[in-house]
Design a protein around this ligand. Structure first.
Ligand code: SAJ
Length: 416
């Protein structure tokens, strides 16, 4: 049996996937409201295929509770926030979860941490608690080759919001363990559903690969954003330039946008900057570029307003609040970053609308109805490329449009 600790964006799909592939699973979360919702037969966020997977898992007997279970394997998928000032990872939730596990688990249990952590976090914060527990059993410390007592594993998640269910099934996985035996044992569980290749390595390497994957993407997006600024300066078409460059067999540039959001690409690379400030120069500069992109778009809005004689910013609206298309996740979203930037300059935030939040207000000045949003504005800024906007181009006719994603087929559209 597996006890999945933390039923958020990663823990829930992982628990459901294992349960629907024949593994006995109990999901634990300290949030009673969340557990009650799941026990009432409802999922807690929107994601393609999640409801179907949930139904299968419930049929297979998955259980949800606020209690930690006594079992031989745990998957910890709790959040790892980072300190905005020091840029270092805060492992407090992982540590708290592991401590709770140690209160109930049998002496030879395996604890798999899926949460993203900076390289060295497992050794620095998690291993000491496990070693202490193992010592108290008078067993060998968990660093030695032969597994004994509690075993520690790091299996970083890799799924992308918006395509989680597919990627859980098909992505290759990395499992970091202290010994091959433990790694292979954990691999068997993941192989119950994962059709990709599962690589077994050591914990430190697994930690580093995860952060490096997200950093690679962040640096590539920063490069695209910088190109957008260069091209804007001299009136060149950045999208056409990237499209042509990407036809070269060894070039693959990502797309510029209004900024980088989400809990991963906009956060993980800072772990490397926080830990290696004098070495991680390219990463540092890339992150600063991405972080300043909402401000760049704000300046662009100002320019376009001037050009079109729009003097009242209450006639400008931001389409999209989530951090990317077709998800309901707003963590670190560029729209929220932009609104925060306006507020910091004592300006009233622009109006905003998001089809994923038509029943609840997330930010100040949010309009809940799309038609009402459009009626109140002369200029619309496409911050997120939800499918919803692609089905509503007709309604945007006659507006001044700043398209931050180059998706709008209408005439005379502005770009970043
Ligand atoms: N973005 C751009 N330009 C692009 C692609 C993305 O500006 O060309 C922006 C998006 O709009 C969004 C942000 O970047 O605001 C991040 O979105 P994303 O789709 O690139 O990635 P995430 O954060 O949803 O998921 C990433 C994935 N990592 C990689 O692709 C290396 C996912 O596989 C990880 O599991 C996830 O981070 C995670 O949890 O670490």
């Amino acid at each position: 049996m597996i006890n999945v600790i933390g039923l958020g964006y990663i823990g829930l799909p992982t628990a459901l996937m294992m349960a629907s592939h024949g593994v006995e699973v109990i999901g634990t979360d300290y949030n009673k409201e969340l557990v009650d919702t799941l026990n009432a037969g409802k999922t807690t966020f929107k994601e393609d295929g999640l409801d179907e997977l949930f139904a299968e898992a419930v049929k297979a007997g998955i259980k949800f509770t606020t209690e930690y279970q006594k079992t031989d394997m745990y998957i910890v998928s709790v959040p790892t926030p980072y300190d905005k000032f020091s840029k270092k990872v805060d492992a407090c939730y992982v540590v708290a979860a592991v401590k709770e596990v140690l209160k109930v688990c049998p002496d030879n249990a395996t604890i798999v941490v899926e949460s993203t952590v900076s390289p060295g976090t497992m050794d620095k914060f998690v291993r000491p608690i496990v070693d202490e527990f193992n010592k108290s059993l008078d067993l060998r410390p968990s660093t030695l080759d032969k597994p004994s007592g509690i075993s520690l594993v790091h299996a970083p998640e890799r799924i992308i919001p918006g395509n989680m269910v597919y990627e859980l099934l098909h992505n290759n996985r990395t499992i970091g363990a202290d010994s091959k035996e433990i790694g292979e044992k954990v691999k068997q569980y993941y192989a119950s559903f994962c059709q990709g290749e599962i690589v077994v390595t050591d914990i430190r390497t697994a930690e580093m690969t995860k952060v490096v994957e997200n950093t690679f993407r962040a640096v590539n997006i920063a490069f695209a954003n910088e190109l957008a600024r260069i091209c804007r300066h001299d009136n060149m078409d950045v999208y056409e330039i990237i499209r042509i460059c990407n036809m070269h067999p060894r070039v693959n540039i990502l797309q510029p946008g209004p900024g980088v959001g989400g809990h991963c690409i906009s956060v993980d690379p800072w772990f490397l900057v926080g830990d290696y400030p004098s070495l991680a120069k390219v990463i540092d500069e890339s992150m600063r570029t991405n972080d300043s992109q909402p401000q760049f778009v704000l300046n662009r809005i100002y320019e376009i307003m001037e050009e079109n004689g729009i003097t009242d910013s209450s006639r400008v609206g931001l389409y999209g609040i989530t951090y990317k298309e077709n998800v309901d996740d707003v963590r670190e979203s560029p729209t929220l970053q932009m609104i925060e930037c306006q507020e910091r300059h004592l300006a009233r935030p622009l109006k905003s609308f998001d089809p994923f939040f038509t029943d609840k207000e997330i930010v100040k000045n949010q309009v809940l109805d799309f038609d009402e949003f459009l009626e109140g504005i002369d200029m619309v800024v496409i911050m997120v490329k939800h499918d919803h906007i692609k089905m509503n181009w007709e309604k945007l006719k006659g507006k001044v449009i700043l398209d931050c994603h180059n998706i709008c087929p209408l005439e005379s559209v502005y770009h970043i």
